[in-house]
Design a protein around this ligand. Structure first.
Ligand SMILES: [Zn+2]
Length: 416
C-alpha cells in the first residue's frame, strides 16, 4: 500500500531554514523538492489553513473564513472563535454544514483511511477532518470514523507536547497502524513565537527542537522505505510570523466612529485574525459599509483593504455577511534581533498581548511565506520556483495515491 505523510511545523517561515539552524530540514530540502515560492492563504491563520490543507481549497470554496468568523444566528452576526471544540456545532447550526467541500479524509475513508495527530487548537485539529471520516487525535478530545470515541492524545500544549506527540506518531501510526494519509501538526514554533520575539533565543530553541523532531520522522520513514514501503513524505508549514509593533482595538474603533448601535444590534462587526481583520455587515449596516471603508482607509493601522472581486482573488468570498478583508499596516523597522518589519495587530476588549512578539493573519511579506518540501526516493533533488500553496498539498497526496484530485482549487505538485 502506498501512503503519504504530511508534517506541519506551525508558523515556520521559509527564511529560517538553514544548515545551521535546522539541519534536518536542510538535509530533507537538499534531497527532495523544495518549493521555494510556497504561499499561505488569506487569512494566514491556522484553522482556515488546516481546512485548506485538508480540502485543497481556499476559504472561498471550503467556507471556514479564518481563526474567527461571523456566523448568522437569529438575524445577527455572531463572531465566534473557531478554536474551541464546540465551534463545529455552532457552524453546523448556522450553516447546516462544516466545510463545503470534501476533505482528503473523506476521499480515502474507504481507500486506506486517514489519521491526524495535532498539537494546536482543537478547532485547527478538527478542521483537518471536521465530519469525522477518519481519526483525529487531540488533547481536548479525539474521534475515529463515524464519531467513534478514541482516547485523547496524551500530550500537553507546547514543545514538550510536540516531542511526546512525535514519538507517539512514529510508534502508533508510522510503525504501528499505517493509514493511506497520516498528518502530524506541531504546535511549535508558532506557540513559542506568539510568546517571544522573532529571532530571539527562545525562537531559535523552538526551531531547533522542531527540526530534531522532523529528523526523527524522516528517519522513521527512511527505515520503513528500506523495508520496501512506498511513502511520500511532505513537510511544510501553514504561515510565517511578523513582529507585533502596535495594537488596535477594533471594537472600540467601531464605537468611537459612531457604529456602536449597529455593532450592538449584531449588524456590524469585525472578526480579528491577528495582523488582519474581516469586516461583516448585514441589514441596516449594509448602508454604512462605504463610509466605514472610507474611514478605515485613512487609519494608520490599515495596510490594505480588499472587497468584492479583490476579496475573491484573495481566496475568500464576500458571503455570509463578509464585506471586506483588511491586512494591517507594516512599518519596516527591525525588532531587537534585527528581524525587519513591525505590524499592527487587531484585538477586542482587553485581550491585547504579545507586543514585540510574533503574529500573523494578513498578507505581509513574511507571514505569507511558509515552506514546503516534498520527499520521495523516486524524486530528484530540485528547487521549484513556480508558486505553490497550501491547497496544492491535498492534490499532490491524492495523485500519489492514485486517486482523483478532482474538484479542488489546488494542483498536484510534480516531484518525480
Ligand atoms: Zn499556524
Amino acid at each position: 500500500m502506498k501512503r503519504a505523510v504530511y508534517v506541519n511545523c506551525d508558523g515556520l517561515c521559509t527564511d529560517w531554514i538553514s544548515a545551521e539552524r535546522t539541519p534536518a530540514l536542510a538535509a530533507l530540502s537538499a534531497r527532495g523538492l523544495r518549493c521555494a515560492e510556497h504561499r499561505a492563504i488569506f487569512p494566514s491563520v491556522t484553522r482556515a489553513s488546516a481546512a485548506a490543507v485538508a480540502t485543497g481549497c481556499r476559504p472561498i470554496r471550503h467556507g471556514l473564513h479564518g481563526n474567527r468568523m461571523g456566523l448568522l444566528e437569529d438575524g445577527r452576526i455572531v463572531v465566534r472563535d473557531a478554536g474551541p471544540p464546540d465551534f463545529r456545532g455552532h457552524m453546523r447550526k448556522a450553516l447546516g454544514r462544516t466545510l463545503r467541500v470534501p476533505t482528503m479524509s473523506q476521499r480515502v475513508a474507504k481507500q486506506g483511511g486517514f489519521v491526524a495527530y495535532s498539537n494546536v487548537s482543537p478547532g485547527a485539529a478538527y478542521f483537518l477532518d471536521p465530519d469525522e471520516h477518519g481519526e483525529v487525535r487531540h488533547r481536548a478530545g479525539s474521534y475515529g470514523p463515524g464519531g467513534l470515541v478514541v482516547p485523547p492524545l496524551p500530550v500537553k500544549a507546547g514543545l514538550q507536547g510536540d516531542i511526546a506527540m512525535a514519538d507517539l506518531f512514529c510508534d502508533e501510526v508510522l510503525r504501528g497502524r499505517p493509514r493511506a494519509i497520516s498528518v502530524m501538526w506541531f504546535g511549535d514554533p508558532d506557540l513559542t513565537m506568539h510568546n517571544a520575539p522573532i529571532g530571539s533565543p527562545a525562537h531559535m530553541a523552538a526551531l531547533a527542537q522542531i527540526d530534531e523532531l522532523v529528523g526523527k520522522v524522516a528517519a522513521t520513514v527512511d527505515a520503513l522505505r528500506a523495508k520496501g514501503e512506498d511513502i511520500l513524505l511532505i513537510v511544510g508549514s501553514d504561515h510565517g510570523h511578523e513582529t507585533v509593533g502596535n495594537g488596535i482595538n477594533v471594537t472600540a474603533w467601531l464605537d468611537e466612529n459612531g457604529y456602536s448601535a449597529l455593532r450592538e444590534a449584531g449588524q456590524l462587526g469585525f472578526a480579528t485574525q491577528g495582523t488582519a481583520t474581516l469586516l461583516y455587515a448585514i441589514g441596516e449596516a449594509e448602508r454604512v459599509v462605504q463610509s466605514v471603508l472610507g474611514k478605515l482607509k485613512d487609519e494608520p493601522w490599515v495596510g490594505g483593504i480588499a472587497t468584492g472581486v479583490e476579496l475573491e482573488q484573495l481566496g475568500i468570498a464576500p458571503e455570509g455577511g463578509l464585506v471586506a478583508g483588511i491586512s494591517l499596516a507594516r512599518k519596516p523597522e527591525p525588532n531587537d534581533f534585527g528581524v525587519a518589519g513591525q505590524r499592527w495587530a487587531a484585538f477586542n476588549g482587553s485581550e491585547f498581548k504579545g507586543l514585540g512578539f510574533g503574529q500573523h493573519g494578513g498578507w505581509g511579506p513574511d507571514e505569507t511565506r511558509p515552506f514546503l518540501i516534498v520527499d520521495h526516493p523516486a524524486g530528484k533533488p530540485a528547487r521549484r520556483t513556480e508558486r505553490t500553496s497550501l491547497i496544492d498539498i491535498a492534490p499532490t497526496i491524492l495523485t500519489f495515491l492514485g486517486l482523483p484530485a478532482d474538484d479542488m482549487e489546488g494542483k498536484p505538485i510534480a516531484w518525480g
